[in-house]
Design a protein around this ligand. Structure first.
Ligand code: HEM
Length: 486
């Protein structure tokens, strides 16, 4: 009797869940969801993009899936992504409320916030990064300073091989440190390594299925599961940032900013009494955001780029010829030199295309009831700009399935950027660090190729270009063989 009752209640419960998971009228189509799991079980966790491609072929460029009980709308292909994020930007720039990172950062900062707080902080960060493009301690100088350390590190290993993962991660972190804290760390510094390890671990957890579980099963949040660790790491990183901010407050001179913290202190002073959201809490999250968004992305791209150069020797040599010709006997490369290096530019962009570092972008939400391609999308719907689909889209690229710089060169050998190149996303939420990342990739690559030949180590086994899926994708670990060029 009791068993029948339990089964009956379970049946009613599942039925209710199924009713709740019905797509509203005119909502983008998609596969039928299962109670509790939605469509999650049909995705291979190691390669979910394959299933998204299949669904896109079946349902078109706008379709939906259920994750738990929540519908996600997937935008596939450059045209529809641009239509939503650029043409209809006003309705597509929201961010989801309940993701782990939003809770950790209490909806502050830039990445996960929205509304005026987001707009003001985004404007401030962009202006500050742009202003560093001028002045004595320009962004370029800071990157070139770090490039010297990368070169010195590689030189020590010339004739052998290095682990590029740590090297590029340390370098990308240091460039952010230099811009926001005004100083860098030695790669071997133990304190620096602890900070980096915490950031890596936090990023890993926040991009793992645990973050999804956190989001869709709130009851589990109080259990000692890995997301607790992510919150702990955040608290430690926050303590470090607060310590540096306190030091800056003691040594800061108005009108003479040394770094982003000084600029923020100045902004706080300017806005004092205006009731705007510039305070210590916001500053910590903004600085943390830049770390979180600016290290893995750039370093994973550099790792994929180096792998392709080692395995495509001819492409590497063509880059070196162009670099030698343009720089001649000049000591340093400058970012302006990119205009005279169409081939190098094409190789960097092609590496970004195949690196496909942020395949599902950062999720958006709709800020009002809206429509796209004839489908109705209610306010608050989670939107996934499927950037990968554009970067590999048939008909948009001369060679969508291979590593080929010709994808970015016209018949005259000039550098051209197809519309489908959107690794930084598009619209008002487009990556805030795009300018910085482009500068880093160019200056680092040119300096390395000018001095070193990158070779696949004899004992390296068979090179594997496949990507490990994740919020930020990367190639598998490998060793980077380096030889000094004559
Ligand atoms: C956002 C890609 C480097 C800071 C994003 C987004 C993507 C992206 C796809 C999501 C945009 C959207 O929501 O539509 C990349 C790639 C990079 C890179 C591929 C390197 C190759 C950087 C760097 C920084 C940075 C170096 C730090 C200065 C940010 C921030 C956001 C963001 C703060 C949030 C913007 C907002 O919500 O308004 N990035 N990024 N990124 N990125 Fe990057």
């Amino acid at each position: 009797m009791l068993g029948t009752l339990v089964l009956l209640w379970l049946g009613i419960f599942l039925l209710l869940l199924l009713i709740m998971m019905r797509r509203p009228k005119d909502f983008p189509p998609g596969p039928t969801p299962l109670p509790l799991f939605g469509n999650l079980l049909q995705f291979n966790p190691n390669d979910p993009l394959k299933e998204l491609d299949k669904l896109s072929q079946r349902y078109g460029s706008v379709f939906s899936i259920f994750v738990g009980g929540r519908p996600w709308v997937i935008l596939s292909g450059q045209e529809v992504i641009r239509e939503a994020l650029v043409t209809r930007a006003a309705e597509f720039t929201g961010r989801p409320d309940h993701l782990m990172i939003s809770h950790m950062l209490e909806n502050n900062g830039v990445i996960m916030s929205a509304g005026s707080k987001w707009r003001e902080h985004r404007r401030f960060a962009l202006t500050t990064l742009r202003n560093f493009g001028l002045g004595k301690h320009s962004m370029e100088e800071r990157i070139l300073e770090e490039v010297k350390h990368i070169s010195a590190h590689l030189e020590r290993y010339a004739g052998t091989s290095v682990d590029p993962q740590n090297l590029f991660h340390n370098a990308a972190s240091n460039i952010i440190c230099s811009i926001i804290f005004g100083s860098r760390f030695n790669y071997e510094d133990e304190y620096f390594q602890t900070l980096i390890d915490r950031l890596k671990e936090l990023t890993k957890i926040s991009l793992s299925p645990w973050a999804m579980i956190y989001d869709i099963m709130p009851l589990l949040r109080c259990l000692p599961l890995p997301f607790r660790k992510a919150f702990e790491h955040y608290e430690k990183l926050k303590a470090h940032i607060l310590k540096v901010v306190a030091e800056h407050k003691n040594s800061w001179v108005a009108g003479k900013p040394r770094d982003m913290i000084d600029c923020y202190l100045e902004e706080m002073q300017k806005r004092a009494g205006q009731g705007l959201s510039f305070d210590d809490t916001q500053m910590v999250v903004l600085l943390f955001d830049l770390f979180l968004a600016g290290t893995d992305t750039t370093s994973n791209t550099l790792r994929t780029l180096s792998l392709y150069l080692m395995t495509h020797e001819q492409i590497q040599e063509c880059c070196q010829q162009e670099i030698d010709m343009v720089l001649g006997s000049r000591e340093h490369v400058s970012y302006e030199d990119r205009h005279a290096m169409p081939y190098v530019q094409a190789v960097i962009h092609e590496a970004q295309r195949v690196s496909d570092v942020v395949p599902l972008s950062v999720f958006h939400t709709t800020t009002a009831n809206t429509q796209i391609r004839g489908y109705s999308i209610p306010k608050g719907t989670l939107i996934v700009p499927y950037l990968s689909s554009a970067l590999r889209e048939k008909g948009q690229w001369k060679f969508p399935d291979e590593f080929n710089p010709q994808n970015f060169l016209n018949d005259k050998g000039e550098f051209v950027k197809p519309d489908a190149f959107i690794p930084f996303s598009a619209g008002p939420r487009v990556c805030l660090g795009e300018g910085l990342a482009r500068m880093e990739l160019f200056l680092i690559l040119v300096t390395i190729l000018r001095r070193f030949r990158l070779v696949w180590p004899e004992d390296g086994g068979v090179p594997d270009h496949s990507l490990i899926f994740g919020g930020t994708q990367s190639v598998k670990p490998y060793r980077l063989g380096v030889q000094l060029r004559l």
